[in-house]
Design a binder for this molecule. Structure first.
Ligand code: ADP
Ligand code: MG
Length: 327
């Protein structure tokens, strides 16, 4: 643990200017690569801030991970169809907001998608397409309407045996928001929490300009087709180019349509701009499921939210207020 921490410090980049420093640390959290960049007065202070962000993200991971058998989430899952489980206010609120996003997206986003992970695996271990029967059985356990919250008791009950929830599409965004919030309250004026390309920014770079995010086309990863300035907001990309399976020439993304039990197809990547990473994260996943037309339509109805979609042919589609040169 110590060694790893030291290694990360050595990896840090620092830039001196106006007595301010930009320090960046890269590490693995929540099963993903995180790059934490902080602008502060001196390197010791800056490194302490990064330590605080790491501690916060680690704390959240312990609570929400469905892999960790000791997490609150695992306890909820283990009691599906059995009994309600009392949880922390933090997890209760997260689940409540997740259900809110399910309502907003007509069920495209659904944390109870998770029981499908018994049949769809995106780690290269699937040898054949699951049968219709298997999919039908599993999808019968999916449905946010069956996540029952009791405000007074602060309990969560998954009504059906075999139901399961998971925060794969919202947890990283939530953790990034919390880490950003924490550092802001500690007085850190600028920084970026980047969770595998999910960028959450505040303040400005030392040279006074806005942070910029490069949008790449997954069809040609080396070429960014847009470099957009971002101010105090989050930019999150969901892409199928890292995790997918292919059967009979169709490419299935690691995002499941909770209504059919089949993975989403037809879209390669979705980038969402939003004031908060949590919402951006969840909506990026949702647009995958909703598809280009319905997805853009819904995004265009939401204030302060924009979206860029790249379809399976590499064509770019954008929401109403985004203009990008595609050369
Ligand atoms: P990434 O994990 O690559 O950043 P996403 O943010 O889109 O991508 O999250 C995808 C993950 O979300 C999946 O790996 C799975 O854990 C979970 N998930 C899949 N389908 C859904 C869905 N319809 N609603 C909510 N979560 C989902
Ligand atoms: Mg997401």
């Amino acid at each position: 643990m110590r060694k790893a921490a030291l290694f990360m410090v050595l990896l840090s980049v620092s830039v001196h200017l106006n007595a301010q420093q930009t320090i960046k640390r890269t590490l693995k959290l929540m099963g993903s690569r995180f790059d934490i960049t902080v602008v502060a007065k001196d390197s010791t202070g800056t490194n302490n801030y990064i330590d605080m962000a790491v501690a916060e993200i680690t704390r959240i991971e312990k609570r929400i991970s469905s892999w960790d058998p000791n997490s609150e989430t695992s306890l909820i899952n283990a009691n599906a169809g059995i009994k309600p489980v009392k949880v922390s206010q933090e997890l209760f609120d997260l689940i409540k907001r997740a259900i809110g996003i399910s309502n907003l997206t007509d069920g495209a986003f659904d944390i109870s998608y998770a029981s499908m992970d018994k049949i769809w695996k995106f780690d290269g271990s699937m040898a054949q397409m699951p049968s219709e029967e298997e999919i039908k059985n599993s999808v019968s356990k999916v449905g946010f309407q069956n996540i029952l919250l009791n405000e007074a008791e602060r309990t969560v009950f998954l009504k059906l045996p075999g139901m399961k929830i998971g925060f794969g599409a919202i947890g990283k965004g939530y953790a990034a928001d919390k880490a950003k919030e924490l550092l802001k309250t500690k007085g850190v004026e600028a920084g970026i929490i980047n969770a595998s390309g999910d960028m959450n920014t505040w303040g400005k770079q030392i040279n006074g300009t806005s942070w910029k995010v490069a949008i790449t086309n997954p069809m040609d990863k080396n070429k960014a087709f847009a470099l957009l300035p971002i101010k105090n907001e989050a930019v999150v990309t969901s892409g199928d180019y890292e995790k997918f399976v292919e059967f009979n020439g169709t490419r299935y993304a690691h995002i499941i349509d909770p209504r059919t039990g089949y993975p989403a197809t037809g879209i390669i990547s979705v980038t969402v701009f939003a004031p908060k990473a949590e919402l951006a994260d969840a909506l990026a996943t949702s647009v995958f499921v909703m598809g280009i037309e319905v997805g853009l339509n819904r995004i265009n109805q939401l204030p302060k939210i924009e979206c860029i979609i790249i379809d399976a042919e590499g064509k770019i589609h954008t929401s109403d207020h985004i203009e990008i040169a595609t050369k």
